[in-house]
Design a protein around this ligand. Structure first.
Ligand code: FES
Length: 147
């Protein structure tokens, strides 16, 4: 049911933890399953993400997608990090079962929420970033049937 990569990131998640004095912190939850995700970003003066950590009170797929998402955004610019969508994360994990697609949305939205927090703290606007939802609802994922 789960790919080897999903199992790997679930059993051995990367970048778990907190960043003290993070440049941006984002927390999102899914009211339906009750799972919560928090993402910390450390962004340098050139707008490069030099560190990213996460904490989750979530299911295995949420752990695996957040772990992969942190690896994908590390070293990227803010604009590049915005391209790390839940689909990109799922592809990097060789797919997720359709019923678990919403879990990957938590990771995407948590990154967006952390970037939003960073932008607010610095009084800047990030092109293409919309105010994140704090609650991810079932059925918002696109293309669930593709996976
Ligand atoms: Fe809630 Fe996976 S079941 S995030």
């Amino acid at each position: 049911m789960y790919s080897e990569k999903v199992m790997d990131h679930f059993t051995n998640p990367r970048n778990v933890g907190e960043i003290e004095d993070a440049s941006g912190v984002g927390t999102v939850g899914n009211a339906k399953c009750g799972d919560i995700m928090r993402m910390y970003l450390d962004i340098d003066e050139n707008g490069i993400i030099r560190d990213c950590k996460f904490k989750t009170f979530g299911c295995g797929a949420a752990v695996a997608t957040s772990s992969m998402a942190t690896e994908l955004v590390m070293g990227k610019t803010i604009q590049e990090a915005l391209q790390v969508t839940n689909k990109a994360v799922m592809e990097a994990l060789d797919g997720l079962p359709p019923v678990k697609v919403h879990c990957s949305l938590l990771a995407e939205e948590a990154i967006h929420a952390a970037l939003w927090d960073y932008a607010e703290k610095h009084g800047i606007k990030i092109e293409g970033l919309e105010k994140p939802k704090s609650d991810i609802h079932e059925g918002e994922e696109d293309g669930a049937e593709e996976y």
